[in-house]
Design a protein around this ligand. Structure first.
Ligand code: CMP
Length: 137
């Protein structure tokens, strides 16, 4: 079993889709190891997405991620990082496969309803960005 980090983003929370997305996560064989609802500060969003700082969409992404509450999750499963990326679907919902969460719920490449770590090393960093060690025991 290993772990990945997930966010249900402000678009999905505001649209009342968090429950359906959690249902899809559980149906996908993941155990929710930790979960919290919070409204990201600009400092948090800028830090979390720091690798994208030079991208043209960075400012807009930070505005989006701070516009309302999100749900942050620590998910556990065999091969968790890849399994969660597969269940989310492509970053751009226009390219996402049928049945994936982004195909079902996302509106655009930016407002794409969920986030997932892209590698086990990234998952370790992202999990500790939002959860303390005792949350993850
Ligand atoms: P996420 O998987 O959270 O990682 C980075 C986020 O940046 C991505 O989901 C989208 O919300 C956003 N993003 C990625 N590419 C673009 C793009 N071309 N235009 C606007 N937003 C983007």
């Amino acid at each position: 079993m290993d772990r990945t980090f997930a966010i249900i983003k402000p678009d999905a929370v505001a649209a009342g889709q968090a429950g359906q997305i959690l249902g899809a996560i559980e149906a996908g064989g993941f155990i929710v190891r930790a979960m919290r609802m919070l409204k990201m500060s600009r400092t948090q969003a800028e830090g979390f997405y720091g690798v994208h700082r030079e991208r043209p969409f960075f400012g807009s992404l930070v505005n989006f991620m701070t516009e309302g509450p999100v749900v942050v999750l620590a998910l556990e499963r065999e091969n968790a990082v890849k399994a969660w990326r597969d269940l989310m679907g492509a970053t751009n919902p226009a390219n996402a496969a049928e049945g994936t969460i982004r195909k079902r719920f996302a509106a655009s490449v930016e407002r794409n309803c969920v986030h997932g770590s892209d590698a086990p090393e990234t998952a370790a960093v992202e999990l500790t960005f939002f959860f303390s060690a005792s949350d993850l025991l």
